[in-house]
Design a protein around this ligand. Structure first.
Ligand code: AMP
Ligand code: GLY
Length: 418
């Protein structure tokens, strides 16, 4: 089989690494890939990102399945375009991808199907938004409706911050249209969980739970990033919480997908807030998480490619997913300055000493040397019989890896009370 993976981050490296273990796979093209996928078994990078060029590549090279990593091509309709050409692709249609692409769409869907989610109001008029803020209690959460590369959520402690957030989104228009419509949402207090799942639109199978660490510094200080590290399973996801999630969030989501006749074959990533008042849906993503994927796929015993093929064939009801009886700890090494501006081109050393798998997020090979190209540079994923062992293994391996200005959090997987 020949597989095409669309994307260029640590998530796509992990997907490529995981599906390379399937004996039927002869070749994996990654578009555009990175310095990690370039040297991964069976993989070859191709420098294409345009949807029509990807279609032409898939046709010319007899690709058996295309797997879409990031949200942007999904929201842009890559799946519809591939399907028009009878090409097999794993991902939701453009319509279904609005569950991630529009917060208002997702909120209306959640409301219609009785899925517990923070109370919200939608605004396209700045004055009305400000009047609403002036009548509200704080903190408040202000979100751009559209895609904003994970930066469209602003938590505001007071009226001044909230008005500034509204102006940033609606006047300065920093997200190029994505923040002209906003939602203002009730602040939820609790702990977060990520649950990825696979669906063929008729059956949904949840993956092992995980926990991202979004802020740049230890003790959840500093600005939000795309994710600084992940543990799986998530220690807050007790059997009771998982049952509540399945009954009150996951199953009603599948019901909604069926009733709305959405063409959804792919991943649903539930961003959860576990509060004293129960489990809330924070957001849907319609793709695997990054760096959740690196930790979750490292624990997957089952054949991930086979699951995706079964989903594309509408036969997910025949599948179950097996997990290793282990814990995973994924810690990201990032560039100095991230999530703000950062320098590129620093040489990375010491990866070969790592006993754990190292996935590349933002680096490329230049004259045989791995050099940084992104904010998030690499993910070290260590396993252990318990979380403490997985953490110790990850940090031991990280201590051998370096590049100029490298930063990583030292507290990934440390439990805090709530
Ligand atoms: P999102 O992009 O929707 O995942 O939001 C980014 C982050 O903002 C989440 O991971 C939460 O930490 C935080 N967040 C989003 N919505 C809320 C909310 N209603 N209450 C508290 N925190 C939130
Ligand atoms: N790590 C969070 C995300 O992928 O959206």
């Amino acid at each position: 089989m020949k597989i095409l993976i669309v994307g260029s981050g640590g998530r796509e490296h992990a997907i490529a690494w995981k599906i390379a273990e399937n004996d039927y796979v002869e070749k994996i093209y990654v578009a555009p890939g990175n310095g990690g996928t370039q040297v991964e078994e069976k993989c070859e990078n191709i420098n294409i990102t345009d949807i029509n060029e990807l279609v032409a590549f898939a046709e010319d090279n007899c690709i058996d399945l295309t797997i879409v990593g990031p949200e942007v091509p999904l929201v842009d309709g890559i799946v519809d375009t591939f399907k028009e050409k009878n090409l097999k692709i794993f991902g939701p249609s453009k319509y279904a991808a609005q569950l991630e692409g529009s917060k208002v769409f997702a909120k209306e869907f959640a409301e219609k199907y009785g899925i517990k989610s923070a109370k919200y109001k939608e605004f396209t008029d700045r004055k009305k938004a400000i009047q609403y803020i002036q009548r509200s209690n704080f903190p408040l959460v202000i979100k751009a409706d559209g895609l904003a590369a994970g930066k469209g959520v602003i938590i505001c402690e007071n009226e001044e911050e909230a008005i500034e957030a509204v102006n940033t989104l609606m006047v300065l228009d920093v997200f190029h249209g994505a923040g002209l419509k906003i939602i203002i949402e009730e602040f939820l207090e609790g702990v977060e969980a990520s649950i990825l799942s696979i669906t063929d639109g008729k059956t949904i199978i949840p993956f092992i739970s995980s926990k991202d660490h979004k802020q740049i510094f230890d003790n959840d200080k500093g600005p939000n990033t795309g994710g600084m590290g992940v543990i799986a399973p998530n220690f807050y996801c007790s059997d009771e919480i998982l049952k509540e999630f399945e009954e009150n969030l996951m199953n009603p989501t599948l019901k909604g997908i069926k009733e709305e006749k959405m063409d959804f074959v792919g991943t649903i990533f539930f961003g959860l807030m576990i509060t004293k008042k129960g489990v809330y849906l924070l957001e849907y993503n319609v793709r695997m998480g990054d760096p959740e994927t690196q930790a979750v796929l490292s624990l997957m015993e089952s054949d991930y490619l086979d699951l995706m093929i079964k989903a594309v064939e509408g036969r997910l009801n025949e599948c179950s997913v097996k997990w290793k009886e282990k814990h995973a700890c994924c810690v990201n090494g990032v560039s100095e300055g991230y999530p703000g501006n950062y320098k590129k081109g620093h040489e990375i050393n010491g990866i070969e000493k790592s006993k754990s798998k190292v996935f590349i997020c933002g680096a490329e090979l230049q004259e045989g040397k791995l050099k940084t190209t992104g904010g998030r540079v690499l993910s070290v994923v260590a396993l252990g019989d318990n979380l403490e062992e997985a953490r110790a293994n990850a940090y031991e391996d990280l201590s051998n890896i370096n590049f100029e200005g490298m930063h990583y959090r030292k507290d990934i997987g440390i439990k805090k009370e709530f």
